[in-house]
Write a protein that binds this ligand. Structure first.
Ligand code: ATP
Ligand code: MG
Length: 265
């Protein structure tokens, strides 16, 4: 087994949003801190987080859920936004514990408004995260805007976080009625070379590593070949560990990283 060969107790670079593997790289840490502040303190209704493909948006949502679990800010994530406005409302109804959601849209909206107001009076301030929001239709975006109208004179009853690939920014910019409500805009950047090293070592540590597995030149090569995109780092690092074990290498070096990265091209 590959993990055994490298002295790991589990896979180090799986492409899953498992919060135990979160590495607090600078872009990620800043994104999480700003989201937490927006969602728990500012609460102006809408946050917008964009980022290149594979840079950690879904992971950020998982970390946000993890951090807010057990607080008054229950977070629910709609993982995919190619849904109709009514399906969005039904998802939210279920998330806030409405057992028998009314079928008609106006009744559903009324039930949601009432439930969110009650929750707010009890000190709960739920958060809805819409992932893959670049796929949302204009009518879904409009429904999301309407959700930010659940409020009283002092506070929003629901806070929505939109996560999406870079084109989402352009779409929101073209919709001033939504754009004006965005309180936080954050773009998750790829990692620089130093952060790639932090990332790789951080994940290896969680997976049980007790010694250096990627040498310094390997980390530099990994940063170059992945462009600092975490999903690509995961893919290349996984292959490098596999091939390294096959070759009975003592460490992963730059040549090994280049070989497996070449195979991907
Ligand atoms: N800060 C981090 N710590 C640990 N792992 C991370 C981090 N950021 C990203 N990852 C890893 O990179 C993978 C890809 O990230 P993620 O799926 O969150 O990207 P994404 O921005 O949502 O991509 P897409 O645009 O395709 O939806 C994750 O499955 C996770 O394993
Ligand atoms: Mg994602």
């Amino acid at each position: 087994m590959i993990e055994q060969y490298w002295g790991l107790s589990q896979r180090a670079f799986a492409n899953t949003p498992d919060p135990q593997f979160v590495v607090r790289t600078e872009p990620f840490d800043e994104g999480l801190a700003r989201l937490l502040y927006d969602v728990t303190e500012l609460r102006s209704g809408l946050s917008l987080v964009t980022g290149e493909i594979g840079c950690g948006k879904t992971m950020l949502a998982a970390a946000l859920c993890d951090r807010l679990a057990g607080t008054p800010h229950a977070v629910d994530v709609l993982p995919y936004s190619r849904v109709s406005p009514t399906q969005l409302l039904q998802f939210l109804a279920q998330a806030v514990g409405i057992e028998k959601a009314p079928r008609s849209k106006p009744a559903l909206v009324a039930a949601l408004g009432a439930r969110l107001a009650t929750a707010h009076a009890e000190g709960r301030r739920p958060v809805l995260v819409v992932d893959e929001a670049q796929l949302a239709t204009p009518s879904l975006l409009e429904e999301i805007r309407l959700l930010t109208n659940f409020e009283d004179r002092r506070d929003k009853h629901l806070h929505v976080v939109l996560l999406g690939q870079p084109e989402l920014r352009g779409r929101i910019a073209k919709a001033p009625q939504i754009d004006q409500r965005v309180s936080l805009r954050f773009h998750l950047e790829p990692l620089d070379a130093l952060e790639v090293a932090t990332y790789v070592e951080g994940r290896l540590r969680v997976a049980g590593a007790t010694r250096t597995i990627f040498d310094a030149a390997a980390l530099t090569a990994l940063a170059e070949r992945s462009g600092g995109v975490p999903r690509l780092i995961n893919n290349i690092a996984t292959q490098a560990l596999f091939v390294g074990a096959m070759r009975k290498a003592a460490q992963v070096n730059a040549e090994l990283v280049s070989d497996v990265a070449d195979d991907r091209e």
